[in-house]
Design a protein around this ligand. Structure first.
Ligand code: TRP
Length: 913
């Protein structure tokens, strides 16, 4: 119709042009439209005696033969590479139409014919076919939609997505219903671009999602992708990559397999597979395009890869060959649901080239299947015009020498065409034909006045309805298939359903078996991957274990992920945790900080309790200090015993015996107090240690002061000789009492107001908790020891002044010396104390205590004991108490001091010149 219009328009223009006489020449010849050439299309047509025709597009060949470059005129290409699977699909369409025609319940009085073309799996042939569907190829009979003599109702096909896209761009202009059976590309759901496209196969949107779920299920994170150089591969991988990204998984590489063999492009893809660390690779390619790549993989001997198959090759006999099993065994992928089609097998067997000499496809089928040449036919045999893999021009033009007899037995043939064990896409073909039939059936059952079309609720009628009128019924189609499956076509022309998850294994006969290991269901609300529990998987790895596909192995506990700039998130460095931080689980992003009392172990995978440090009794240092202090105590006790034994000797009784005993007691306390510093600090030991020390010091020093004061006074007496000074022993004890009381007062205030407490020092060292005593108030501490210092200074000054007191035994000098030792020890203590840490700090303090005690012990008591024990002769009144200036017996200046022990309590030193 359209062509006729075009001719009319052209004729009218010619007429106008002639009438106006622009050329000035009379136009006499009648203008007719003429086809410049015909498309070279093969297929099956049966339209005679049928009310309607359904078009079909199937890839019966795999490719077109490249045009001879020397021919300038455009010619329609020829095809090669017979595809048994496509031939089966095509036959299935014919079988289904026959079945529908025989059925009484669908389209009772209407029979369907068919017009089927081979697309040769190329876009150009699909477009040729689409045009022919619309206009036919009859020169004198321009028409629209009825070139076969019956109206075209709709089209089934075309196989590959790119072909469907191309055909749909043309068919969509006329709103001609087109039902795809294999084209899964997601763009075909876009009804703005493809308004009349519907399908009985699910969109790749679901398949890509399913692949990501499968990858997650097996714990792979680093996956390569290889796409066909067409809409199917590119869109499939695009959605897959998007979903991978949102699942935080990474793409190792994305390569493309060329449609037309190119050495460089193919090598690029192969190298990517070879060099990548990804062990799992997604292959979004139709089996026809995949074959050359498979050969390359075999050629390069690339094993140990797990391929994730898309629905287009998972059950393809072209790939699932036992010889490829070492490379492709263990492949796992998604297949559209399988079905049995009753009667199909018989129908497929009913094929013979002898029936129709013009049936070139059947002749070629026979020739290819049986490797023979059909006599008297021009149908070429198994041509391959491609460059072969190695790049050499190794073309095959073989005609088999063997002639076909026609007696060849199909039963002997193990051929994809006759294999009805995996009817998946084949079943989709059947459903595609059925959906057109059901829509036509609905249309035919329209009751006038209740129809869907406005105005007037009219109906459309078979055969001359408009394509869009049928589209109305197609868009809301719901039906149940022969095997009870529900097919519901949604507003985008898509269906929901499920995929079988298949794993390639080798069966007992050495053939590749597609073992179902799970299912992925996708409906409006449910997207669920379920793996069979008891399914055994075959993995093509050295160990036959689940492959491991990661860019970088999970970081060990003790390390964390460190981002590598510019690389996918799955590739990272493992950085050891910082001190005090740990990571317990493998693959942690961050290290966690250990709690206050904890620190990281050497491996940084556990927080361990910090080592608690204090000066313990059982370590060498602590032990030595204990021994030293006990030894000191023993020495003091020995001195005391000597003093007790020789208490009546002049040396002991001179200068206040009680004070001497008190000094010894103070020394014992002082020495023992050093032990409070050793061992684990407790509250009581913290409280006790400084206080005991300060008290013993004050006791000791005040006693010494008591003595030195006597000396000092004696000295003053000896100097002035005029003054009368008397010092009663009681006063000396009062001095002791007062100093001790003051000290007790300060200590009590200290303990009440700001007592020391145990303190865990975590700052000074990270890995240790130093258990120490926090001394509380520094002020109190200073005043406590300040008293001691004050007493010591007094002692020192008084004896220093009195040091020249002439005597046989210079107690004054000894005390001066003792005090000097005391000062030196404590002055040197300060810097040593401040510059040490931890338990050594305590040790320094103990050393100072011990040293000062030993100093006092040595200086004050050692010389006396020496005389008492070893020089008893010098321990006489005369020698001891050189009564230089004695006036009374009661006043004796002893070497030690001014003795006062005489008869009584009262000592009076009367100095009289
Ligand atoms: N899904 C493919 C596409 O959209 C077509 C396809 C499915 C296919 N199975 C196939 C093509 C088998 C060839 C062979 O392009």
């Amino acid at each position: 119709m359209a062509a006729r219009k075009e001719c009319l328009v052209l004729g009218f223009l010619v007429f106008l042009w002639a009438a106006l006489g622009i050329e000035g020449k009379e136009e006499t010849e009648e203008q007719t439209c003429r086809l410049l050439g015909k498309f070279d299309l093969n297929g099956f047509v049966d339209a005679r005696n049928h009310s309607l025709v359904i078009g079909g597009l199937f890839p019966v060949h795999s490719r077109t033969i490249p045009a001879n470059k020397s021919i300038l005129e455009p010619v329609s290409a020829k095809c090669e590479g017979f595809n048994f699977r496509g031939f089966r699909w095509m036959k299935t369409m014919i079988h289904t139409i026959k079945e529908i025609n025989e059925r009484k319940d669908i389209l009772p009085n209407i029979t369907l014919g068919y017009q089927i073309f081979d697309t040769c799996f190329t876009i150009s042939k699909s477009v040729e076919a689409a045009l022919v569907f619309l206009t036919g190829q009859e020169e004198n009979k321009p028409n629209f939609r009825n070139s076969t003599g019956a109206f075209l109702a709709g089209i089934v096909g075309a196989g590959g997505s790119s072909l469907s896209v191309a055909a749909s761009r043309i068919l969509g202009l006329y709103y001609l219903p087109q039902v795809g059976y294999a084209s899964t590309c997601s763009v075909l759901s876009d009804k703005n671009q493809f308004p009349s496209y519907l399908r009985t196969v699910a969109s790749d949107k679901f398949q890509s999602d399913a692949m990501v779920k499968l990858i997650q299920h097996f714990g792979w994170v680093w996956v390569g992708t290889i796409a066909a150089d067409d809409d199917y591969g590119k869109y499939g991988v695009k959605i897959f990559e998007e979903k991978m990204e949102s699942a935080n998984l990474c793409i190792a590489f994305s390569e493309i397999i060329p449609k037309v063999y190119s050495y460089e492009k193919m090598q690029k893809a192969v190298d990517a597979v070879k060099n990548s660390t990804a062990r799992v690779i997604v292959l979004y390619v139709s089996d026809i395009d995949l074959s050359p790549f498979v050969l390359e993989i075999v050629f390069h001997n690339i094993t140990d890869r797990t391929w994730i198959a898309s629905e287009a090759w998972i059950t393809s006999a072209l790939i699932a060959k036992p010889e490829y099993f070492p490379y492709f065994g263990g492949s796992i992928g998604f297949a559209v649901p399988r079905a049995d089609i009753p009667g199909l097998k018989e129908f497929l067997y009913d094929v013979h080239p002898g029936k129709d000499p013009n049936d070139v496809l059947t002749i070629e089928f026979w020739q290819t299947a049986f490797n023979c040449t059909w006599p008297n036919s021009s149908v070429p045999y198994n041509i391959d015009h491609r460059m072969n893999m190695t790049g050499k021009d190794d073309r095959l033009h073989a005609m088999s020498d063997k002639f076909c007899t026609g007696e060849e037995n199909l039963e002997d043939l193990k051929n994809t065409y006759l294999d009805v064990s995996q009817l998946r896409i084949t079943n989709n073909v059947k459903q595609a034909v059925y959906s057109l039939a059901y829509a036509l059936d609905r249309l035919s059952r329209c009751e006038e006045g209740r129809g869907p079309y406005f105005p007037g609720n009219t109906c459309a009628y078979i055969p001359d309805f408009e394509p869009w009128q049928l589209m109305y019924y197609m868009k809301t189609l719901k039906f149940t298939t022969h095997n009870g499956m529900r097919i519901e076509i949604d507003e985008n022309g898509d269906v929901s359903g499920y995929y079988d998850i298949l794993n390639w294994q080798l069966d007992d006969n050495g053939e590749v078996a597609f073992v179902k290991v799970g299912e992925y269901t996708f409906t409006d609300s449910k997207f669920e991957l379920v793996m069979k529990k008891n399914a055994t998987m075959f993995w093509n790895t050295e160990s036959s274990e689940l492959p491991h596909s990661v860019c970088t192995d999970l970081c060990r506990p003790g390390t964390r992920k460190g981002i590598r700039h510019g690389e996918p998130i799955c590739c990272f460095d493992c950085i050891p945790c910082a001190d005090g931080h740990v990571s317990r689980e493998p693959g942690q992003r961050e290290c966690e900080q250990c709690g206050e009392d904890y620190w990281s172990n050497a491996q940084k995978n556990k927080c361990v309790l910090k080592e608690v440090e204090f000066l313990a009794y059982d370590e060498a240092l602590g032990f030595t200090l204990v021994i030293l202090s006990i030894f000191g105590v023993l020495v003091v006790l020995a001195v005391t015993i000597v003093y007790v034994l020789y208490r009546h000797t002049p040396l002991v009784s001179a200068n206040d015996r009680e004070l001497s005993f008190l000094i010894q007691l103070a020394l014992v306390i002082m020495l023992l107090s050093s032990m409070l510093f050793i061992g684990k600090p407790h509250h009581w030991s913290c409280v006790a240690r400084q206080v005991t020390l300060a008290m013993s010091f004050s006791l000791c020093l005040s006693c010494i002061l008591g003595k030195t004061i006597s000396l000092f006074l004696a000295y003053r007496i000896s100097k002035s000789k005029t003054r009368f000074i008397s010092i009663c022993p009681l006063y000396r004890k009062i001095i002791v009492l007062i100093s001790v009381l003051v000290e007790i007062g300060i200590c009590t205030a200290y303990l009440v107001l700001e007592p020391p407490r145990v303190f865990k020092n975590m700052q000074s060292q990270n890995i240790k908790i130093i258990l120490e005593c926090d001394e509380g108030s520094i002020e109190f501490l200073c005043s406590m020891f300040g008293i001691d210092v004050f007493l010591a200074l007094l002692c020192f000054l008084t004896t220093f002044v009195a040091r020249q007191l002439p005597d046989n035994y210079y107690e004054g000098k000894c005390i001066t010396f003792g005090m000097l030792v005391f000062f030196i020890v404590w002055i040197s203590f300060v810097p040593a104390y401040l510059s040490t840490k931890g338990k050594f700090k305590v040790a320094v303090e103990i050393f100072a205590i011990l040293a000062s005690s030993y100093g006092l012990l040595g200086c004050i008591f050692a010389p006396k004991c020496f005389i008492i024990l070893l020089r008893p002769k010098r321990n006489t009144d005369e020698l001891v108490g050189g009564r230089v200036f004695a006036i009374e017996n009661s006043i004796r200046l002893t070497s030690a001091s001014v003795s006062s022990e005489l008869n009584n309590t009262m000592v009076s030193a009367v100095v009289d010149d």
